[in-house]
Design a protein around this ligand. Structure first.
Ligand code: MEV
Length: 321
């Protein structure tokens, strides 16, 4: 028996960092996915291979241990914790393919976690509901990262456009029919999310009368953006992204490289562009309802960009005998 599951990556469109202070956020599932293939194996070991990352190893279920010589084996921790939720420890072969860069702030760990839980649970004839997949996946992220909002795992599970309400009271899927063509530009340095959140906190404590209104403004941007997205007001969506980028710059999470990418994208015709995620490295997102090819061409030299659109579909599972 073989089971394949895929789950989309995500990009935050509005509200990163402000969300840490209970403000709302909007994230979109990308049609760039993690694919997890699970099949039988006769030697009673759990073998994992992530070809794209030149990463392979065995998962020692009993001792909660990862046996791998690969230097960057972080993603295997998510896979082991995911399997433990839905498997008894018997032999499995797990092959993972990724359309997304790891560590670019695009929720690759959440996508791998969601797809692994979906694939392995189905392999074991468990019919998990999406809400159970999302719940287990969030627990895995919490276990491995110690802190995580449910945003990434929710987006990977359900797909579409997700609105995280104020104080994370609820997560709602925004009903949209339009495409949302974007270019994601990513740097080869990963921003350290924890350190960036701390740096924002220090800036907020040093200049509360300046930074608190900046965070409040991000909230207003996100609320406006929700309306603009629902009415598919492209120009307004783009302008609000640009404003959001300026406010993130004021929070101190911008870098020269991100800034260059943001402005290059705008100059090439993106209606709006901004940092997506924590900043300090990581990625930018450029909204390109027109001229997407021209925008992607300005990133060609670095070869660190991808075209993406909204994935209305979340996690998906197929079984073959
Ligand atoms: C990181 O992708 C987004 C932040 O807002 C942190 C978080 O929401 O957990 C910076």
């Amino acid at each position: 028996m073989q089971v394949i599951a895929s789950a989309p990556a995500k990009a935050i469109l509005f509200g990163e960092h402000a969300v840490v202070y209970g403000k709302p956020a909007i994230a979109m599932a990308l049609n760039k996915k993690a694919h997890v293939k699970v099949s039988d194996n006769s030697n009673n070991k759990i073998y994992v291979n992530v070809d794209k990352l030149k990463l392979s190893g065995y998962l020692d279920f009993k001792n909660n241990n990862i046996l791998s010589d690969s230097p960057k084996k972080g993603i295997l921790k998510y896979i082991l914790a995911s399997i433990k939720k839905v498997h008894d420890g018997s032999g499995l072969d797990i092959y993972i393919d990724l359309d997304i860069p790891i560590g670019g702030g695009l929720g690759s760990s959440a996508a791998v976690t969601v797809a692994t839980i979906a694939a392995v649970s189905k392999y074991n004839n468990m019919d998990l509901k999406k809400e159970e997949i999302a719940k287990y996946s969030h627990e895995v992220e919490l276990e491995i990262q110690k802190a995580a909002s449910p945003l990434d795992t929710t987006v990977s599970t359900y797909g579409g456009l997700i609105y995280l309400e104020k104080d994370a009271k609820d997560i709602v899927q925004l009903n949209v029919n339009q495409d949302i063509p974007v270019v994601i530009g990513y740097t080869n340095s990963r921003g350290n999310t924890g350190k960036l959140i701390e740096a924002v906190r220090i800036r907020k404590n040093s200049y509360p009368e300046i930074i608190n209104p900046v965070i409040d403004s991000i909230e207003t941007v996100t609320l406006n953006a929700k309306d603009a997205i629902i009415t598919n007001d492209k120009k307004r969506i783009g302008e609000l992204m640009n404003i959001n980028h300026g406010l993130l710059d004021a929070l101190g999470v911008n870098t020269k490289e991100l800034s260059n990418m943001v402005y290059n994208a705008r100059n090439a015709g993106a209606i709006g562009s901004k940092i997506t995620g924590a900043g300090g490295g990581g990625s930018i997102i450029a909204y390109c309802p027109e001229g997407l090819e021209k925008v992607i061409s300005v990133f060609k030299e670095t070869d660190r960009a991808l075209k993406a659109d909204i994935s209305k579909e979340g996690v998906k599972v197929t079984v073959s005998e």
